[in-house]
Design a protein around this ligand. Structure first.
Ligand code: FBP
Length: 554
């Protein structure tokens, strides 16, 4: 049976993503790279330089005119790495179109299932019909993604061998900070081995934490935040209509609270927790609960037994005493993996861990509800970390707030009714059809990646800037991957990694939120962003995130 697609998908297939003006040069030409001054890494310069002797210090490049001479065909490969993010298909489409524009004989291969596809040599070759089916669609299903880490020299050797067998001289890694860190290591290794293979990255993650002075946003953040904001707005309207529930909404985003902050800025809930602030103020779980309960009480005193609380996914790891506890637990589980895995049943696992934890940490663990204890003991991710998306922090807070309100009620300090409902928005947004912003941004990122390869560059992150301006004024170029690196302690060793961007408490978006949240807490200042609009006036369809708008406001 022929594959059917939805009416939106069919209409959307015809959408022509907007490109920076500089990239709309005639066919048959690569772009000329305008090179800036040599660069430095964000920190630990000497150490980073020593680790990346061949790719350190490269200049920032921009593209604004075609190259002087036509370019030969390029055979490139691409992988999608890590969690899904809306717009990934358009990165590949932009890359494909850009390569074909440089030279119609260029070829693009997609390696399947993430970095492991490169090692295991599992691939597809794209053609027009293949690519056309995926233009402007959400998801990563075009070639799939994965979280295998590409960091060992033996893996790099395999990659080089597989690329050489196919005649591939260029690789594009579409991933977050960890994947681009590995792309940087691969780029360095490929130069060291004189393999002739260029490696370029593209900044992906809904979490929004791969950004810095040069990277204004990671792709997918815009669409995912808009999907969550639509849902939060709908819930706010329901809460304000029924006036009987407190909704606790956990939002994806891993460690950083960018998504929670962006959703708060666009929906104005009664409470939004920001993990980075919790860490900065060294708040305990109890203090967070008291703060929430105080707002519940204040609203109840005003006759409002309803409200909205946004909870960032990574909160639990930012509460200082829980952070220490989780660290100890991670080490304990890593050191006792075999005996722990052999245990049958949750009770045995809880007992095993409680006996091995230090006294204070064991007490902290015992004080948590059974469901949370179990979630904390679930499988770690490939980096050995707790998978925060699996911990029902919203339920933990609901239970604890309810218990505290009960105490206050018994003392006559609280007279309201507290009935709560928990939600978790994460996977709902990661594969949504990209907003115009992400469709344009991603296509431009892919196109820019092809220009970097056309200019013979390696060790770069594809970059598109000036994004609060119309797309034709966007600036396309490349940022040296080493420029974003610093050393961080991982598994007891200093490792070079791209610095993750957490919410800056002295930044403008947080300041705006902090200046308004007291009013949002008691008044019903809710905003209802509604669904992403794909067709209609530019002021609705081409909106950037509120975060970016505030960040770039003068
Ligand atoms: P990336 O950092 O790879 O982009 O993944 C983002 C994310 O969606 C996080 O927000 C979330 O914590 C995690 O992936 C969930 O992981 P998984 O997809 O393995 O369930």
């Amino acid at each position: 049976m022929a594959k059917t697609i939805s009416p939106l998908q069919s209409a959307r297939a015809a959408y022509k993503p907007k490109l920076p003006k500089a990239l709309t040069t005639p066919h048959g030409s690569a772009m000329k790279a305008v090179k800036g001054d040599p660069t430095q890494s964000v920190a630990d310069q000497d150490a980073i330089k020593a680790i990346f002797p061949n790719t350190y210090g490269l200049p920032v490049v921009t593209f604004d005119a075609p190259a002087d001479a036509p370019m030969g065909a390029i055979k490139a490969g691409v992988i999608l790495s890590g969690g899904q993010a809306p717009g990934g298909h358009n990165v590949i489409a932009g890359l494909y179109d850009g390569l074909k524009k440089i030279n119609a004989q260029s070829e693009l291969y997609g390696f399947l299932g993430g970095p492991s596809g490169l090692i295991d040599n599992k691939y597809v070759k794209f053609d027009d019909a293949f690519i056309n089916e995926y233009r402007n669609t959400g998801g990563f299903d075009i070639i799939g993604s994965g979280r295998t880490k590409l960091e060992k020299e033996s893996d790099f050797d395999k990659v080089i061998e597989n690329c050489k067998a196919l005649g591939i001289t260029a690789l594009v890694v579409i991933g977050g900070d960890d994947s681009n860190t590995n792309a940087c290591m691969l780029a360095e290794y490929c130069v060291k081995k004189e393999s002739g293979i260029m490696v370029v990255g593209c900044p992906k993650t809904i979490d929004g934490d791969m950004k810095n002075e040069w990277v204004e946003a990671s792709f997918g953040f815009d669409t995912a935040s808009k999907v969550y904001s639509e849902l939060i707005g709908n819930i706010q309207r329901d809460a304000n209509s029924a006036k009987k529930y407190w909704h606790f909404i956990k939002l994806m985003g891993r460690s950083a609270s960018h998504i929670a902050l962006e959703c708060a800025l666009s929906t104005r809930p009664n409470i939004a927790l920001i993990s980075e602030e919790v860490a900065e103020k060294k708040m305990t779980l109890r203090e967070i609960v008291v703060d929430i309960a105080a707002v519940v009480k204040k609203r109840a005193d005003a006759g409002k037994d309803f409200g909205i609380v946004l909870v960032p996914e990574g909160l639990i790891e930012f509460i200082p005493n829980l952070k220490i506890f989780i660290g100890e637990l991670n080490d304990l589980l890593a050191a006792n993996a075999e005996s722990f895995d052999a245990l049958v049943g949750d009770d045995a696992k809880v007992k095993f861990v409680t006996e091995k934890l230090s006294k204070d940490m064991a007490e902290a663990f015992k004080s948590l509800p059974a469901a949370i204890q179990k979630q904390l003991l679930a499988d770690r991710d490939p980096h050995g970390n707790v998978q925060v998306s699996r911990i029902e922090t919203e339920k933990l807070l609901m239970e604890m707030v309810e218990a505290l309100l009960r105490e206050w009620k018994a003392k006559g300090e609280y007279k309201g009714k507290f009935s709560s409902i928990g939600h978790f928005f994460g996977y709902e947004g990661r594969c949504a059809a990209p907003s115009n912003f992400d469709a344009d941004y991603c296509y431009s990122l892919g196109y820019t990646a092809s220009s970097l390869l056309g200019a013979g560059l390696t060790g770069y992150l594809s970059s598109v800037r000036n994004m609060t301006k119309p797309a034709d004024q966007w600036i396309a170029g490349g940022i040296p991957l080493t420029m974003m690196m610093n050393l961080e302690r991982r598994h007891g060793k200093d490792k070079p990694v791209i610095r993750k961007a957490l919410v800056e408490l002295d930044g403008k978006p947080f300041a705006y939120f902090a200046a308004n949240r007291d009013s949002w807490a008691v008044n019903d200042d809710y905003q209802y962003p509604g669904p992403i609009q794909y067709f209609g006036p530019g002021e609705v369809c081409d909106l950037t995130t509120v975060t970016m708008k505030i960040e770039q406001s003068k």
